[in-house]
Ligand binder design. Structure first.
Ligand SMILES: Cc1cc2nc3c(=O)[nH]c(=O)nc-3n(C[C@H](O)[C@H](O)[C@H](O)COP(=O)(O)OP(=O)(O)OC[C@H]3O[C@@H](n4cnc5c(N)ncnc54)[C@H](O)[C@@H]3O)c2cc1C
Length: 487
C-alpha cells in the first residue's frame, strides 16, 4: 500500500473470549467449511465469519443446465444467509491479507474499505478464468464460471436467434448464428453441448422465421489434441465423435489468435465471423492472493500441507492459516509428486476435512492428512446424452447422462434445492423449454433512461408539454417536480 492511499478503517481487535475463524470465499470450500465448523464447534468455541461479494454458493456443475434453461438459475445457487445459521456473513471483496498482524482488508460494495482481525484464517478464494492477451477477447468474450454468466449466455443466444429471424442480410444472419466456444475441458464442452441443444430445439418447428437448425454453426476451439482430458483418451474420443456427429465443428491443436469485432482468426488460419464467443479455456488461482503475505507456489496458489495447513516452501506450518480448493496447492497423497486437481470433487472433501482438522486443532487434538483417490468423472453432452468414467467403469449415452444428473443431484446442498431441481426436470418432461430472450434484463434502466431523456428533451424548462399534460408525469401523474410540489 502506498503512503498516499487512504488507510482503511480498522475494526479494532477486541480481546476475544472465543477464537474468530474468518473464511475468505463462500464457494464450495468456504460454504462447506463453514457448515462443518458450525456443526463441530459450539458458539462458545468459535465465532465464524464468511466473506464473499456474492451472498450465495454456486453449484458450478449445474451451470451448463442453467444456461440451457433446463434448470432455473436460482435453483443452482444456495443462499449463505438462509443456510449458514450461526455464521456471520460479510458481503465484500477481500483485497488483501496481512497475516503478520492477522488482518483481512475488505472492500464492501457500498462504503469504505475496512479491516477485520482473526485468530484462524481459511483461504477459499477459488480460481478465476485464465485469459490471454488475445486481441478482441476482453471486448467480445463471455466467461462461464458464475451463475450471472450462465443467465447472460442463455439470453444472449436466444436474442441472437431473434435477431437472425429479423434480418434479411445473409452475412449478418450467418454471423448471428455462429457460436464459438474456446476450451475443450469440462466447462467448455458441457456448456457448448447444452447450449447447442437449446438453440437447435428453439429453431425447430419454424418458430424463428427463416432460421433452420442446419443454419446454426457451433465451433469448438481447443489447443490440445483432445477434449475432456479428465475422461481419458477413449471416453474423450467418444465425446469428440458425438459432438462432430451433431455437426459441431471441433478444431483441435488450434488456438484463438484474434476476435476483434467478432471476427475470429485461429492459429491454423481459419477465419469467420461470430456474434458469440464463450471463453472456457481453464482457470488460474485467484489473483488477489498476490495481495497477501502468505506463501504462494509458482502457479500463484497458496502452499498447503496435506493437513490443509498453509506452509512455507520448506514445509514449515504458518500457524493460524488453512487453505483448500482451487486456490490451494495441496499435495495429492494418492498420486505422489502431483497436486490435487482443481475440481468440485476435491473441493467438497477438502472443505469437510479442513473443518474437522480445524475443530480438532482448537480442541488440542492431532490434525490428519487429506487423502482422496479420484473417483471418476461424469459429463453431460446435452439432454439425454453423456459420458462418464467412474471407478474405472466407462459409461456412455443415456446411462451416463442419468448418472451425471443423479450424482450432481445427490451432491447439491440442501433438500430445498434438490426438490426444486427435481421439479424443474419433471416440468421439462411435460412442457417445452422457455425460449424467451430476456436480454434487456442486463440493462434494466435502459428504457427508463430513454423515457427520461426524451422528457427532458421535450421540456427543457420542465414546463408543460404542448399537449398541456406536464413534463414527466403523464396523464394524471405527479412525476414532475411541479406536480410533486403541487401535490
Ligand atoms: C461450468 C463448470 C462446471 C464444472 N463442473 C465440474 C464437475 O462436473 N466436476 C467437478 O469436480 N468440478 C467441476 N467444476 C469445478 C468446480 O466447480 C471447482 O473446482 C470448485 O467450485 C472449486 O471450489 P472453490 O471453493 O475452490 O472455488 P469456488 O467454488 O469458485 O468459490 C470461490 C469463492 O470465492 C469468492 N471470491 C472470489 N474472489 C473473492 C474475493 N476477492 N473476496 C472474497 N471472495 C471472493 C467467489 O465469489 C466464490 O464464491 C466445474 C466448474 C465450472 C466453472
Amino acid at each position: 500500500m502506498t503512503a498516499q492511499q487512504p488507510q482503511p478503517a480498522v475494526v479494532a481487535p477486541r480481546p476475544r473470549k472465543v477464537p474468530r475463524i474468518v473464511i475468505l470465499g463462500g464457494g464450495y470450500v468456504g460454504f462447506y467449511t463453514a457448515l462443518r465448523l458450525r456443526r463441530r464447534l459450539g458458539r462458545r468455541e468459535a465465532a465464524i465469519v464468511v466473506v464473499d461479494p456474492r451472498s450465495y454458493m454456486t453449484y458450478q456443475p449445474f451451470l451448463p443446465e442453467a444456461a440451457a434453461g433446463s434448470l432455473e438459475p436460482r435453483h443452482v445457487v444456495v443462499s449463505h444467509r438462509q443456510v449458514l445459521r450461526g455464521v456471520d456473513v460479510l458481503n465484500g471483496r477481500v483485497t488483501g491479507v496481512r497475516h503478520a498482524d492477522r488482518t483481512v482488508r475488505i472492500a464492501p460494495e457500498y462504503g469504505d474499505e475496512y479491516e477485520i482481525t482473526y485468530d484462524h484464517l481459511v483461504v477459499a478464494l477459488g480460481s478465476v478464468s485464465r485469459t490471454l492477451p488475445i486481441p478482441g477477447l476482453a471486448e467480445q468474450g463471455i466467461g462461464f464460471k458464475h451463475v450471472e454468466e450462465a443467465i447472460a449466455l442463455r439470453n444472449h443466444v436466444l436474442a441472437r436467434l431473434d435477431a437472425a429471424a429479423s434480418t434479411w442480410d445473409h452475412d449478418v444472419r450467418r454471423r448471428l448464428l455462429t457460436f464459438t466456444f474456446v476450451g475443450g475441458g469440462f466447462a467448455g464442452v458441457e456448456a457448448l453441448a447444452e447450449v447447442e441443444d437449446l438453440a437447435r430445439s428453439a429453431v425447430r418447428g419454424g418458430r424463428y422465421e427463416g432460421v433452420r437448425p442446419e443454419d446454426l454453426r457451433f465451433v469448438l476451439i481447443e489447443g490440445s489434441t483432445r477434449i475432456l482430458p479428465e475422461l481419458g483418451e477413449e471416453m474423450g474420443g467418444y465425446a469428440l465423435e458425438q459432438l462432430r456427429r451433431r455437426g459441431i465443428e471441433v478444431h483441435l491443436a488450434t488456438f484463438l489468435s484474434s476476435c476483434v469485432d467478432g471476427h475470429v482468426v485461429t492459429s491454423t488460419g481459419v477465419e469467420f465471423d461470430s456474434a458469440t464467443i464463450v471463453w472456457t479455456a481453464g482457470v488460474q488461482a485467484n489473483p488477489v492472493l498476490a495481495e497477501t503475505d502468505l506463501p504462494l507456489d509458482d502457479g500463484g496458489r497458496v502452499r498447503a500441507l496435506p493437513t490443509l495447513q498453509v506452509a512455507t516452501a520448506d514445509g514449515e506450518v504458518v500457524e493460524g492459516v488453512w487453505a483448500a480448493g482451487d486456490c490451494a496447492a495441496v499435495p495429492d497423497l494418492t498420486n505422489p509428486g502431483h497436486l490435487c486437481s482443481p475440481s468440485a470433487q476435491h473441493a467438497v472433501r477438502q472443505a469437510r476435512h479442513l473443518g474437522d482438522n480445524l475443530a480438532r486443532y482448537l480442541r488440542g487434538a492431532d490434525v490428519r492428512p487429506y487423502r482422496h483417490a479420484h473417483v471418476g468423472t461424469v459429463a453431460s453432452l446435452g439432454l439425454g446424452k453423456g459420458v462418464a468414467q467412474v471407478y474405472g467403469v466407462k459409461v456412455r449415452g443415456w446411462i451416463a447422462w442419468f448418472l451425471h444428473r443423479t450424482y450432481h443431484l445427490a451432491q447439491m446442498p440442501t433438500l430445498d434445492r434438490k426438490v426444486r431441481i427435481v421439479l424443474d426436470w419433471t416440468l421439462a418432461l411435460f412442457f417445452p423449454r422457455e425460449m424467451v430472450a430476456l436480454g434487456r434484463l442486463h440493462d434494466p434502466r435502459a428504457t427508463f433512461v430513454e423515457a427520461a431523456a426524451s422528457t427532458a428533451a421535450r421540456a427543457p424548462g420542465r414546463g408543460p408539454t404542448p399537449d398541456g399534460r406536464g413534463g414527466a408525469g403523464g396523464a394524471g401523474g405527479t412525476g414532475s417536480v411541479e406536480g410533486a410540489r403541487a401535490a
